[in-house]
Design a protein around this ligand. Structure first.
Ligand code: ARG
Length: 258
């Protein structure tokens, strides 16, 4: 029975990822003047966060290092803009920026709006709870106070599971809710969750691989911008093949980000 429920939930999840589509628009942002203008939402350690001496000015993290390397690999310079997560794909469609690098999960819905690069990282949603919590699997969230970040795939997952939740602007806000006992569980991407659990006492991670499938992070460009996408893909493939991405992942997962 439980297996069946999990299966149904998984099917529902996949179905709804494809269900709510947004309009595709053709914007041809060109990486002009030897600069690739990237945008991120620097609220997602270890992928992107603000640091006094970051790899890209005030920005640091796996994605920020990758953006710099991708630009340099193509004889260009990386420029980074910080914006709300929900604004990233719109900025891309409007031609305001050239590429989005934001630990962004490839979903069918987003694929209708933008084009994605070769994936460079595999993650999953996890549950963050207090150490003494009795939540051991996704279905234990029923009737509990759930916090998610607005617009993240974690919100989509919880929504698909059919549970009500409260959505916050930032991961740190969700964590504060949990620390202060204002919610019971936070659903968030695995690497970022590990970061927050390491930085805050009394929290633990609960995984449920049946309820939460794997997600792939990729860089997004405007639909049809194959010129830039080809460059980005060639660089990503090099960075994956020579172990740079894994090295960055290890480095930034171990390093303190606050
Ligand atoms: N992987 C999740 C998603 O695509 C969360 C990404 C959040 N990234 C960020 N830079 N704030 O929805």
């Amino acid at each position: 029975m439980k297996k069946l429920m999990a299966l149904l939930l998984a099917v529902a999840m996949v179905a709804s990822l494809t269900a709510c589509g947004s309009k595709a628009e053709d914007a041809s942002a060109g990486a002009a003047n030897g600069t690739i203008t990237f945008a991120t939402n620097a609220e997602f350690p270890p992928f992107e966060f603000i640091a006094s001496n970051g790899v890209l000015g005030e920005f640091d993290g796996i994605d920020m290092a990758m953006a710099k390397m991708i630009a340099e690999d193509n004889g260009m310079e990386a420029k980074m803009e910080n914006m709300e997560f929900d604004s990233l794909l719109i900025a891309l469609q409007n031609g305001q920026i050239d590429a989005v690098i934001a630990g962004m999960t490839v979903t069918d819905e987003r694929k209708e709006a933008v084009d994605f690069s070769t994936p460079y990282y595999t993650a999953t949603q996890v549950m963050i709870v207090k150490e003494d919590s009795d939540i051991a699997k996704a279905t234990d969230m029923e009737g509990k106070k759930i916090a998610v970040v607005q617009g993240y795939t974690g919100e989509v997952c919880v929504n698909d599971l059919g549970y009500s939740y409260e959505a916050f602007k930032k991961g740190t806000e969700c964590i504060m809710e949990l620390v202060n006992d204002k919610c019971d569980v936070v659903v968030l991407d695995s690497a970022t969750a590990s970061k927050y659990v390491a930085d805050n006492e009394g929290l633990k991670i609960v995984e449920d691989t049946e309820a939460f499938g794997s997600e792939e992070y990729a860089i997004a460009v405007a639909k049809g911008n194959t010129e830039l996408l080809d460059k980005i893909n060639a660089s990503i493939e090099k960075l994956l093949a020579d172990g740079t991405v894994s090295e960055l992942a290890v480095k930034y997962s171990e390093e303190a980000t606050e």
